[in-house]
Structures are given as structure tokens and as C-alpha cells.
Design a protein around this ligand. Structure first.
Ligand SMILES: [Zn+2]
Length: 167
């Protein structure tokens, strides 16, 4: 039976002579064909590169969210980049009752923020200005501090418990 034809591409790049000689030596040492050696070297490097990217925190400028990895899970935008300090990032969504508490806290701590009111589905037309909850966005430079403040405000019990174990 004939072997299945490989799905491949020819490459033809003019590369540095010394790198080429290293590649030849490598293939020779490993007892590999040049093609196999190249494929393995590239694959190993690209695997590592992609794993690093996937582990990084990136920013989707469409959705204003911080994302683990390079593709936005909300809008599917690809090749996301790390956040810049001035990027507004989604912090948290708060019930309208608690939104005021968080706003006071952010203001007292000098953290600039933006809010977006979120309507309950289907209620918008009937209820007019009645809001259900508020989304908070802060600049990336303030994100960690704001996150901490939010946790202290709203999960004080959980934090206190953890602190009991501390010396
Ligand atoms: Zn997005």
C-alpha cells in the first residue's frame, strides 16, 4: 500500500551560514534528516512560545476585560496583547444597592473608575431607568488595588478567616 502523502509546505529562506552549520551538526548528532530536525526544533520552540502566551494575562480592547491567554472568550478576538496601564479593565459587577458602597470606597482611595449600568433582560423598555446592576471598570494601573479593596469590602469574612492562621 502506498504511504499517505505528507501534507507539507516547501520553505526556502536565506538563513545565516553559522546557524545553518549548527543545524547541520545538530541533525547529524541526532541522526535525523534535516527536515525532521527543523520540524522538531521549530515545534519545540513554538510550543514553548505559545504556552508562554497562553499563561499570560492579556487585554481585550473590545470587551475591556482581562483574559488568560491570547483569545477573548467573549468576542473571540485573537492575538490579544498585555494590558497597558491606562486600559480600562472590567473589575466587577455589583447590584445597584452595593454599587454606591464600592463607588465611595474607590473615590476615597483615589482610584478613577468608569461605570456601566446593566439592565435586566427585557425590562429596559417598560422600566425605563430602573437598573439592576452596575459594571465597574478601572485602569489597569489600579486594577490590583481596586480588586483588593473590593474583596476587603465584600468578602471581609473570608479574609478575616485566612488572617487568623497568620502568625
Ligand atoms: Zn473581547
Amino acid at each position: 500500500m502506498p504511504r499517505k502523502k505528507k501534507d507539507g509546505r516547501f520553505i526556502n529562506y536565506y538563513i545565516d551560514r553559522h546557524i545553518f552549520e549548527r543545524l547541520e551538526r545538530y541533525a547529524d548528532d541526532k541522526g535525523q534528516q534535516m527536515t525532521a530536525a527543523l520540524e522538531r526544533i521549530l515545534e519545540e520552540h513554538l510550543d514553548r512560545y505559545e504556552a508562554d502566551l497562553a499563561a499570560m494575562q492579556n487585554y481585550c480592547p473590545n470587551c475591556h476585560v482581562l483574559v488568560q491567554g491570547t483569545r477573548c472568550p467573549v468576542c473571540d478576538k485573537k492575538w490579544l496583547e498585555p494590558p497597558k496601564s491606562e486600559d480600562y479593565c472590567f473589575l466587577v459587577e455589583k447590584d445597584i444597592v452595593w454599587a454606591g458602597v464600592l463607588e465611595d470606597c474607590l473615590r476615597q482611595n483615589g482610584i478613577p473608575y468608569l461605570t456601566q449600568n446593566v439592565m435586566g433582560a427585557g425590562l429596559t423598555a417598560k422600566m425605563g431607568s430602573m437598573m439592576e446592576s452596575v459594571k465597574f471598570f478601572v485602569r489597569y494601573a489600579y486594577y490590583d488595588k481596586a480588586k483588593l479593596l473590593d474583596e476587603e469590602l465584600f468578602n471581609a469574612g473570608a479574609i478575616a478567616e485566612n488572617e487568623e492562621d497568620a502568625p
